[in-house]
Design a binder for this molecule. Structure first.
Ligand SMILES: Cc1cc2nc3c(=O)[nH]c(=O)nc-3n(C[C@H](O)[C@H](O)[C@H](O)COP(=O)(O)O)c2cc1C
Length: 188
């Protein structure tokens, strides 16, 4: 198996991180990989907001958690009530990719860029986990207000489309969850 495919297969959602920061060099490599993702008509509509201020991450964590606890979606309330529940898994870094919704395919472009970041991260020994809670939180009026209050402002007209946390894994990568192979139709 070649190195690229082995890296892709090795990527796992990591949910337990060491507190150590990710260096600027590693971050730059991950961002460069993201910027080389394909995008519709090469619009590259993305902007990368990197949060590595521990206080800010903690405030965002607390606010997301409270929103889950107060949510009218029962499953979110249940998840947030679980002992040790942590939206960001104490990761030292979070990246939010935003874009102008008027771009041809903003969501796809941002998602592809995030996957490139995650794969670059694995190749550097860094773990990652998609953090959908951030999108759900930002989709609410209260969430938007808290983002503004925390100074988390995206470029004018931008909407966040992808968020993930990154950090040095505390443990070896977990085993892959079951991956369904019965999802291919070949027509020849
Ligand atoms: C759109 C999307 C949203 C996700 N949201 C979360 C999340 O909020 N929290 C979390 O822990 N994992 C989240 N995940 C990670 C998935 O749970 C994970 O990818 C899946 O269980 C497969 O495991 P693997 O990534 O190790 O292959 C999300 C993944 C995707 C693609």
């Amino acid at each position: 198996m070649n190195e690229t495919i082995s890296t892709i297969l090795r990527r796992r959602s990591v949910r337990s991180f060491l507190p150590d920061a990710i260096g600027q060099d590693e971050l730059d490599q991950m961002l460069e990989a993201a910027r080389y993702a394909p995008s519709a008509m090469n619009q590259q509509p993305w902007h990368f907001t990197v949060i590595r201020n521990p206080e800010l991450l903690l405030k965002l964590e607390d606010n997301c958690k409270s929103a889950f606890l107060e949510s009218n979606v029962a499953v979110l309330r249940e998840v947030a009530k679980q002992e040790g529940f942590c939206v960001f898994y104490h990761a030292p870094l979070m990246v939010i990719i935003s874009a102008d919704p008027g771009a041809i395919a903003a969501q796809y472009d941002c998602t592809l860029a995030m996957e490139n970041m995650m794969l670059a991260a694995v190749s550097l020994g860094i773990g990652s986990c998609w953090a959908h809670a951030v999108m759900m939180f930002h989709a609410t009026e209260k969430g938007k207000a808290i983002f503004r209050e925390l100074g988390l402002i995206f470029p004018e007209g931008h909407q966040p489309y992808a968020a993930a946390v990154f950090g040095w894994p505390e443990e070896p990568y977990p085993e892959a969850p079951p991956k369904n192979a019965d999802c291919v139709t070949i027509m020849e």
